[in-house]
Write a protein that binds this ligand. Structure first.
Ligand code: GRF
Length: 231
């Protein structure tokens, strides 16, 4: 027991006892969830499957109302459509000539998101740095998943960096989003071993399987905290 191989089958999950609902923002009777993606959309899929499997509509009066991508060719868009979810694209490149491209993109994205009056905005492989105005607008409602054990390895190329540093363990973190990149309150983490022959791809795949478990779990916990009926 306790070997790295054991951990492959049975990773650790950490859920801080102070996990809370994020204040008074989640007040709608029906809680709308908006998911933002940029690529494959596997975390979006995990969230959508959990919502269906665990009856988030009945238990928490929560539903995924939109999947929004900043890239028109994001594979996750098709996956979302196949599930019958509403999708839209706010292409960041369309704002390249604006006086402040980043602010202009975020304003357009906010306008799209706010049509759904979301209780939570879930970043799921959404590869954009957000402006302080965007983060402030969704304070208490904005959650991200990051493929490292924060506070280690903020930013990009987390798996290669973990391998290069000789880390024996890697993992993923679900956290609240604050202005400082990948620095918000940690809501859950999952740990996996780094194997001697790992490449960034094999490690990423191992971490991703755990992302798919912890992200829906955190969202369900947040929703449960703002649901009055008995579970
Ligand atoms: C995931 O590791 C996510 O944490 C990161 O991008 C990867 C791809 O995610 N930000 P997905 O398959 O698009 O959900």
């Amino acid at each position: 027991m306790g070997s790295k191989t054991d951990l492959l089958a049975r990773p650790f999950f950490f859920h801080p006892p102070h996990l809370h609902g994020g204040g008074t923002e989640i007040i709608n009777t029906m809680k709308n969830l908006v998911i933002l993606i940029s690529g494959g959309g596997s975390n979006m899929l995990a969230l959508a499957r959990a919502a269906e499997r665990d009856d988030w509509a009945g238990r928490y009066q929560a539903r995924i109302t939109a999947v929004i991508s900043n890239k028109a060719d994001a594979k996750g868009l098709q996956l979302a459509q196949d599930l019958g979810l509403a999708t839209s694209v706010v292409d960041h490149k369309a704002f390249a000539t604006a006086a402040d491209p980043r602010a202009a993109f975020d304003a357009a994205l906010m306008a799209d998101i706010d049509q759904h009056q979301p209780a939570l905005v879930l970043l799921a492989g959404f590869m954009r740095i957000l402006t302080p105005g965007f983060v402030a607008h969704y304070q208490g409602r904005l959650i991200n998943i990051h493929p490292s054990l924060l506070p280690a390895f903020t930013g990009l190329h987390t798996h290669q960096r973990a391998i290069d540093e000789g880390c024996q363990f890697a993992g993923a973190t679900v956290h609240r989003v604050t202005v400082e990149l990948d620095h918000g309150e940690i809501l859950a983490q999952a740990v996996v071993p780094v194997m001697p022959d790992d490449t960034a791809d094999t490690l990423a795949a191992r971490v991703l399987t755990q992302e798919h478990l912890i992200y829906p779990r955190v969202v369900a916990q947040l929703l449960a905290l703002t649901t009055n009926n008995k579970q």
